[in-house]
Design a protein around this ligand. Structure first.
Ligand code: ADP
Ligand code: MG
Length: 224
């Protein structure tokens, strides 16, 4: 899938409270790209990721997925498009506390009234090392396990692209490393595009394209 963002800007507030969170960002994402985005706190990283994934709409600019104008969709159409084509991983995992790991993973399918594919769920659970944890509630899991459940949820509908906003930001170095290794394997073996915001240079080095964002201005810094 080819994704193209053109001149994306996001302005919050007005008058004295006006903040240009993102300033004319342009970006093309090709199938199987692994992109890392680094930048100081408050520089617009989450804003950019929310716009690229259709979680939010820009003040101005355009976004196409294989030529399809994403912001031209209604909110309902956009939600459905996101559930079916896009996976999103949050720093805080965002699992529903009253649902088991299995129920959390299957939630995107339930919302689309789709039958779970048990074999694929089992494959994901094995890949992510959570097979024995599927009947547990989130609070019975470690942070690393919760994030691996969230990754399975992001993959269950077989999206073309995964966005991750500081996926290891809430984890200790060891479980963060494990989570990133799994994301890297998923990228390699499942042929997904991957866009990761991170403060961790080790992760940025795994990417084939590196970007920096400062004061809402995005630039590519890939070496070579
Ligand atoms: P980062 O993820 O790089 O830390 P964000 O994209 O979250 O940065 O925020 C970029 C800027 O936009 C910051 O100055 C932040 O305070 C501001 N901002 C983000 N979301 C909102 C919002 N909903 N309302 C007002 N300002 C916001
Ligand atoms: Mg952020």
């Amino acid at each position: 899938m080819n994704i193209e963002a053109k001149e994306l800007s996001k302005i919050y507030g007005s008058g004295e409270n006006r903040v240009t969170a993102l300033n004319n960002a342009g970006l093309k994402i090709a199938s199987n790209d692994f992109i890392s985005i680094m930048g100081p706190s408050g520089s617009g990283k989450s804003t950019l990721l929310h716009l690229l994934s259709g979680l939010d709409r820009p003040t101005s600019g355009s976004l196409t997925y294989d030529g399809k104008d994403i912001y031209g969709l209604t909110d309902k159409e956009l939600s459905a498009f996101r559930r079916q084509r896009i996976g999103f991983i949050f720093q805080q995992f965002n699992l529903l506390p009253v649902l088991t790991a299995r129920e959390n993973i299957l939630m995107p399918l339930l919302l689309d009234k789709k039958q779970p594919e048990e074999a694929y769920l089992a494959q994901l659970a094995d890949l992510l090392g959570i097979r024995e944890r599927l009947t547990h509630l989130p609070h019975e899991l470690s942070g690393g396990q919760q994030q691996r459940v969230a990754i399975a949820r992001a993959l269950i509908a077989k999206p073309d692209i995964i966005f991750a906003d500081e996926p290891t930001g809430n984890l200790d170095s060891k479980s963060g490393g494990e989570v990133m290794e799994m994301l890297q394997n998923i990228w390699k073996n499942m042929k997904k595009s991957l866009v990761v915001i991170t403060h961790d240079n080790r992760i940025a080095k795994m990417a084939n394209r590196r970007f920096l964002i400062v004061d809402g201005v995005l630039s590519e810094v890939t070496a070579g």
